[in-house]
Design a protein around this ligand. Sequence first.
Ligand SMILES: [Zn+2]
Length: 309
Amino acid sequence: MNDAVSSTAERSCPVCASRTFVHFADERIDESKVSTFTYASRKQPEFMCLRLVRCVDCDLVYAPTPPTQNFLSDSYSEASFDSAKEAIAAAISYSKALVPHIADLSRRTIAVDVGAGSGPLLPLLQNAGFAKVIGIEPSRAAIDAASPDVRPMLREGMFSPEMLESEHPSLLCSFMTLEHIAEPGDFARAVYDLLEPGGKFAVVVHNWRSPLNRILGLRSPIIDVEHLQLFSPKSITALFVEAGFENVSQVAITNAYPIGYWLRLSPLPAKLKALIGGALSRIGLADVQIPLRVGNMMAVGSKPLEMNK
Ligand SMILES: [Zn+2]
């Protein structure tokens, strides 16, 4: 990646601020392959990545020289969106995993989804009993793809605390988004400050240490130029604890996606994928939902009810 889009100084670990790291992956960027789909969700894997290192202290894998905030903001705002069907399947998987965490919330005032896409999670949060539901999403194309009943709940832009002035959520979700945020530690602290006492922060992230991702190695779809960091159970827990959250839990979750989508993510050659995909469509199987545990995890933490000071 050239200097215009890349910061010059190496950053310290964006979770624990440590500067002790080991090599994880070399940069692989093919400028000719960068397109408006590069920053879109659930795209065809491109097998491009920034240089990645692993923090020796908290186990986070991160890009020490990520693109600048302006570059990211422009890229996501202009990103294409063509994944409505998969987005709905993902939202259903995540909302199922959220059920026990919502059940023991003391209040259900406001729920916010950061990186909401076309907003498929928002009606599910309404059904879970939240009085007000807000989605925050930088991609204009994703917002344009929202259904008419969901569209009014979406606010356009890269998340910043000012987008929620005087609104203190009982629940803030951010699913498959943390990898894309330049400073996840700052984000977690901002969420902590925003939440009402007793409120919860819930994230879904890729687990780079999951068996499937370890087997695929650098051919895993999680090795991606969009991902500025990759979490493991240890590093996601560190993110929550450093921000002040308590009762932090993390579990592996199951994603149910159409079989055609799993095929798209698979490390098979593109021609073979097209061949199999065409065959699945012709026999009407491309949309059959297959639940798989592919190395995603949900982490949840609570803001203390009372300040302990
Ligand atoms: Zn660290």
